[in-house]
Write a protein that binds this ligand. Sequence first.
Ligand code: F6P
Length: 587
Amino acid sequence: MGSSTLISDTDAWKDLKSHVEDIKKTHLRDLMSDTARCQSMMVEFDGMLLDYSRQRVTVNTVDKLYKLAEAAYLKEKIKRMYSGEHINSTENRSVLHVALRASRDEVICSDGKNVVPDVWNVLDKIRDFSERVRSGSWVGATGKALKDVIAIGIGGSFLGPLFVHTALQTDPEAMECAKGRQLRFLANVDPTDVVRSTVGLKPETTLVVVVSKTFTTAESMLNARTMREWISSALGTSAVAKHMVAVSTNLLVSVSCIISYIHFCLFLMQLVEKFGIDPSNAFAFWDWVGGRYSVCSAVGVLPLSLQYGFPVVEKFLKGASSIDQHFYSAPFEKNIPVLLGLLSIWNVSFLGYPARAILPYSQALEKFAPHIQQLSMESNGKGVSIDGVPLPYEAGEIDFGEPGTNGQHSFYQLIHQGRVIPCDFIGSAKSQQPIHLKGEVVSNHDELMSNFFAQPDALAFGKTPEELHKENVPQHLISHKTFSGNRPSLSLLLPALNACNVGQLLAIYEHRIAVEGFIWGINSFDQWGVELGKSLATQVRKQLHASRTKGEPVKGFNFSTTTLLTRYLEATQDAPVDPPVSLLPRI
Ligand code: F6P
């Protein structure tokens, strides 16, 4: 396949298209009775088990998917990513989040330079800083230890760290290390989020971490200025240097940088310094880390280390790294991210199922689906190929999810009897916090996991009218109580849910999403689609300012927006235009 050939023009794609007719004739009830087939669809790695036997595939389908992978040069594309080629071509960047969790002795190059020593310089700096804060040797302006952290950031500078924080919150080891400390996130520019993230906290014992790859994102910068005001109005402006630190793209200028990049780095350093943050308290990452792939950089590692200590976070990085090695070297038949990616392609592009439900049977993973929403949809929600050719097929998947069993009481009705949504069931053999009440038939975790095992079968096998008749269900309810079944899912059973497993889960999905993008032939590492809304908001911001300060009428917008804006301005006429002092909510 030439670089500008679309995957849909290949024989492998066309072969799968015609194979859909064969699969339409099958039912999972029958496919599941073939033990040899099911056996071939179990894959193990480091104590985890992937079971994809409930996908609407035969062994033949899977072979055809491997051929599709070959036609898309999947292996080569993975290698190109790991070798630091500028596969993010629209931004002319390498894609090297794998380097963020590489061991010290690995060599991973971007633009001819081994980036691993730079990664470890920052990790060592985080280890040192977080230990000083946690031990109380780094104190705030009034000499008190900083026990609480507010991490400001949005999108990739928020969702990944939030997911990992939530996952570790009840892990016994992490919990012990976090005793007496709080980590909160401030993401939304909604002032209500300022209150939510600060309520009960005191400026003198709080450290604010401003996380922004670009240090220009409007929401994060306004939130950072708001928190700066929160600190300086309580402790004086000089307190900012003690209470605020930053995470941003490379703030350290490397001699091998090209001139324009040096300018960019200096610009960022100036931004951080101008803000009032001591540049030596800024933690770097690099342009070869995409925002949504940045949780293993200082973006996640700094706030998480402040909360749990670096040794716990290092275990998380090691978990992710183990999957990086597996993804790079395991043959496709045993390669979990590759298999998951190929199955997603099959479901979206061939069976025509555009959505995917992420259903972790673990409350600790409650923020996993929100993270995957960004990771997947910002990466693969594209309309053109990497060469800019409009795609004749849909790329991307609609991701959503909730932990089981909560989801069962929410949207599972639709996935059982309404639309077909391929489901990812994720469970762990051991609970982070086991409970077993005397006299109960099973432990609480067994109860949870009973659902994890039952739901995939309910979806796959369904319930026939014949079975209902045998149960003497009244005739008028037969159709209502019938479950068609044949609804695909996969199950991923982890041995436990500790820091290492959380890292593994993260990396599995990161690579799975890359696999999908590689097959669809798109650039999974840019995000031009977020720009238009941002620039229109700038226009609105200017209008609001002009209308409020000079009474200028709303102009230059369409009828609908003009009406809405006018109504908004009228309804908020009493809002102070330029308050003499900053108005902060009473917290
Ligand atoms: O949503 C768009 C986006 O650019 C994301 O890709 C990114 O994670 C987020 O905004 C935040 O950007 P930054 O880290 O530069 O503030």
